[in-house]
Design a protein around this ligand. Structure first.
Ligand code: FEO
Length: 398
């Protein structure tokens, strides 16, 4: 394990010079239990080029890594593939320190950087398909608008078959390992899926477009702006992205619920039992115990969303309002749904969840099951039937 601030060699001429943020636990509302990295890349071409920068507090760390291979003042060009502040927070300081000849961004990137920093950074706009010569190397720019911001772009270096993919193919995972093939595969997949679900899922049509754009390129290495770098096995992450972007029905049910006096909790257990009785995988998560970004990761790879709520003060339980509001924004397609819950005197919460699923364009696969106060064995049987009905419908469409 190395803790020194050194650059990491990717190829003879390309180095990782980013920063490791092990302490990060919240990335604009996304629970980052493994921290993250902000990746930046130094190309030692005739024109020395820096691809992206890092979050502002990590400026000196990035600079130290650059200085481990070259005097930062020798940087000629900077490319900003994505304007979000985790990659541009220290761009103004970097420009001031390095004084590059040119800074490149997409045309939307130029506008976004202006709107962030309100000063002339001297950024030159590059267009889709445009190439910039670095002397003995070339960078070709590939617009990836709304993947996941309007400014987003990839760039490709044909001489070494490198794709610099900003947030695409990234994940929030701080590790002392820089390359994906040295990280435990199940951790890699779960964190890539969580990242996709929380950052890219709403933009799945753009993911498909981006994959089509790069499909004809020879790509040996994918260099994202977060998490490990993909060498040797780039097809692995591309295949995951194709799978997730397709949003096909998945034979797995996600039960999200909360409970006040264990009634809706007992109903959730019975619903899950019914799903399992039809040999369909099920995951039950109590909303109060799981961050919305963790629930989103399960949501990505489920074919049914079954929601259980008590009614509190005439409303669905607040944790479920939070989760459903968040999941709605992710625009997951091709799901079926169901609703259940216990109530005291009026069951408005259950009606509100039903309306929320309708607004998310998730059709109900079974009639809602509602119970006043505490479910008896007959009510739990109705919950088991709900679970079985959802499972049978899922099997029919998967
Ligand atoms: Fe990693 Fe969209 O910023």
């Amino acid at each position: 394990m190395s803790t020194s601030l050194s650059a990491v060699r990717v190829t003879d001429d390309v180095y990782w010079v980013g920063a490791i943020d092990r302490d990060l636990r919240d990335f604009h509302g996304y629970e980052t239990e493994h921290g993250t990295t902000y990746n930046a890349y130094l190309i030692l071409a005739d024109k020395v080029t820096l691809i992206d920068t890092v979050r502002e507090p990590f400026f000196e760390e990035m600079l130290a890594r650059i200085a481990s291979v070259i005097d930062p003042a020798r940087i000629d060009y900077i490319v900003s593939n994505h304007s979000e502040l985790d990659h541009t927070g220290c761009l103004p300081q970097t420009i001031e320190r390095v004084r590059p000849d040119k800074v490149f961004a997409s045309s939307n990137g130029v506008k976004t950087l202006d709107a962030h920093f309100h000063r002339d950074l001297g950024v030159t706009a590059v267009a889709e398909g445009e190439s910039v010569s670095l002397g003995n190397r070339t960078l070709t720019f590939i617009e990836t608008r709304m993947l996941h911001w309007p400014d987003s772009m990839f760039c490709y270096m044909p001489e070494e078959e490198l794709l610099f993919s900003q947030d695409g193919f990234g994940m929030h995972l701080a590790s002392d390992e820089r390359f994906a093939d040295t990280i435990e595969p199940s951790l890699l997949r779960s964190q890539a899926a969580k990242y996709y679900a929380n950052i890219l899922l709403p933009f799945s049509p753009m993911v498909k477009i981006a994959i089509e754009k790069v499909r004809g390129l020879r790509i040996a290495t994918i260099l994202p702006d977060h998490g490990p770098l993909w060498r040797n096995d780039v097809s692995r992450v591309v295949e995951w992205y194709e799978l997730w972007a397709a949003q096909k029905p998945v034979p797995k049910a996600l039960v999200v619920y909360d409970t006040m006096w264990r009634s809706t909790d007992a109903m959730a257990d019975a619903v899950a039992e019914g799903v399992r009785a039809e040999s369909v995988e099920v995951q039950a998560l109590r909303a109060r115990n799981h961050h919305r970004s963790r629930i989103a990761a399960e949501y990505l790879e489920s074919g049914a969303l079954i929601v259980g709520t008590p009614t509190l003060n005439g409303c669905m339980f607040p944790t479920l309002a939070d989760v459903l509001s968040y999941l709605k924004g992710l625009k997951r397609k091709n799901l079926i749904g169901a609703v259940f819950g216990s109530y005291g005197w009026n069951g408005e919460g259950i009606v509100q969840v039903k309306d929320a699923l309708a607004a998310m364009k998730i059709p109900l696969a079974a009639e809602p099951v509602t119970v006043q106060y505490v479910p008896d064995e007959a009510a739990l049987d109705r919950c088991r039937t709900l679970g079985r009905e959802v499972a049978l419908k899922l099997k029919g469409i998967c």
